[in-house]
Design a protein around this ligand. Structure first.
Ligand code: UD1
Length: 419
């Protein structure tokens, strides 16, 4: 199994180019199921999760062509409307094929995702929403079996803000008969990017980016070209890494980004003491002092993203002062804490809050990645720690970070992949 070896304590300086957003690309790839015409995508990140989604679509009969950062998909001859357990268990976002398949073909059979490392993560709101649109749904032998002659527009209130739930129902509503209103829908920028792509495909959508999305169903969608938005979590991870460098120093220009999707993160980084200036697509960050401890609470967009919580705990570990980091989205998202403690961090967990006591230094040792963002947190800790840190199970990292060690090496990090 591959590992990452990091020699900590080197300043980060130079330029980093941000890739397309994983969490926008996944629903948009699934949206290819809504039309028989080609969907042409650019700025597609090179990630294992993208490979998994393309494989899932290929099993259904979607033809795709992939070049370095582009993909062209065509769902003109589907042979199979099933998303098998083998693929769904490796990537929960596979559930995103449910809405499009049902809306266009009147049938879908998708494996239940099961539990995952960061919590139970049910899909009940996806199912309830599709039922409200007239689908008959049964759960048999671990699979969601969904049928509907023709989905009908409905008023749907989601009791919890769910990103992929909103996306699934949004895609289904595009081909439903009549008007669908999605209330308490997710406002995440990735939902907006999906809606913009669907509009290019001929969908009639209003209110995306707010908590009420209205969709007038159309008879069919057509092909389109779309460039995937920049990854705000990849961007935030590099920003947090530079801020965490403290007195070692960091001075990095982040390009091809979308700073306006990162307001909550940038505000916290400024409070940590980093100097940040941004234009429409670039962010310049510099740091030359020990960071201040940053307390935060995760919540749906536009509040602080749960996908940045672990990286900020890494920063807090070596900050001056004590911080409280509260996780409100997922119930088991502190697995990185035990690994950080192995590097010398001092952290107490009280319910859904991590109390982080900032230390003068971390010391490198062997640690294990437990999920995607926890891996990013350990990379940051390794960059800051004295000596050598070995991170095991980096397949988690490869699911969501495009060429992370090459990008970090280019700005001065001493990091390499070992077998
Ligand atoms: C998406 C993101 C993930 C991010 C998360 C929260 C993708 C591919 N993944 O995950 O990176 O961490 O949003 O920003 O975009 N819930 C229910 N019932 C449901 C659906 C969700 O109770 O039917 C709950 C979940 O258990 C969780 C909360 O709602 O507590 C938010 O989850 P959700 O937004 O659905 O996360 P994902 O869409 O899976």
């Amino acid at each position: 199994m591959q590992k990452l070896k990091i020699h900590g304590g080197h300043p980060l300086k130079g330029d980093v180019r941000i890739s397309g957003a994983k969490n926008a690309a996944l629903p948009i790839l699934a949206a290819s199921l809504l039309t028989a015409d080609p969907l042409v995508l650019t700025n597609v990140p090179q990630l294992n999760d993208i490979g998994t989604m393309l494989k899932l679509l290929a099993e259904m009969g979607v033809k795709s062509e992939r070049t370095t950062d582009a993909a062209s998909l065509r769902a003109d001859n589907l042979t199979n409307l099933v998303a098998s357990y083998d693929l769904v268990k490796t990537m929960r976002a596979s559930i995103l094929v449910l809405g499009p398949l049902l809306a266009r073909f009147g049938e879908a059979r998708v494996s239940l995702p099961g539990g995952c490392a960061i919590g139970a993560r049910p899909v009940d709101l996806h199912i309830k929403g599709l039922e409200a649109m007239g689908a008959t749904i049964t759960i048999e032998a671990g699979y969601i079996q969904a049928n509907a002659k023709k989905l009908k527009g409905a008023r749907i209130y989601m009791e919890t803000v769910t990103v992929t739930g909103t996306e699934n129902l949004l895609m289904a509503a595009c081909l439903a008969e009549g008007t669908t209103t999605l209330e308490n829908s997710a406002c995440e920028p990735e939902v907006v990017d999906l809606a913009e792509c669907l509009i290019k495909m001929g969908a009639n959508i209003r209110g995306h980016g707010t908590d009420v999305i209205t969709v007038e169903g159309v008879a069919s969608l057509h092909g389109a070209s779309h460039s995937i938005m920049p990854d705000r979590i990849e961007t935030g991870t590099f920003l947090a890494a530079v801020a965490a460098m403290g007195t070692v120093g960091g001075d990095v220009r982040i390009t091809h980004a979308q700073p306006r999707s990162l307001d909550a993160v940038i505000e916290k980084l400024r409070a940590s003491g980093a100097a940040i200036a941004s234009t429409e697509h670039e962010i310049h960050i510099s740091m030359n002092k020990r960071p201040n401890a940053i307390s935060l609470r995760t919540a749906p967009y536009p509040a602080f993203p749960t996908d940045m919580q672990a990286q900020f705990i890494a920063l807090d570990c070596i900050a001056s002062g004590t911080s409280a980091v509260t996780e409100t989205i997922f119930e088991n998202r502190f697995m990185h804490v035990q690994e950080l403690v192995r590097l010398g961090a001092k952290i107490d967990i009280e319910g859904n809050t991590a109390i982080v006591h900032g230390m003068n230094k971390l010391t490198g040792t062997s640690v294990m990645a437990t999920d995607l963002r926890a891996s990013a947190c350990l990379v940051i800790a390794g960059l800051v720690a004295e000596g050598e840190t070995i991170i095991d199970r980096i397949y988690h990292l490869d699911r969501g970070y495009d060429h992370i060690e090459q990008k970090l090496t280019a700005i001065g990090a001493k990091i390499e992949r070992i077998n």
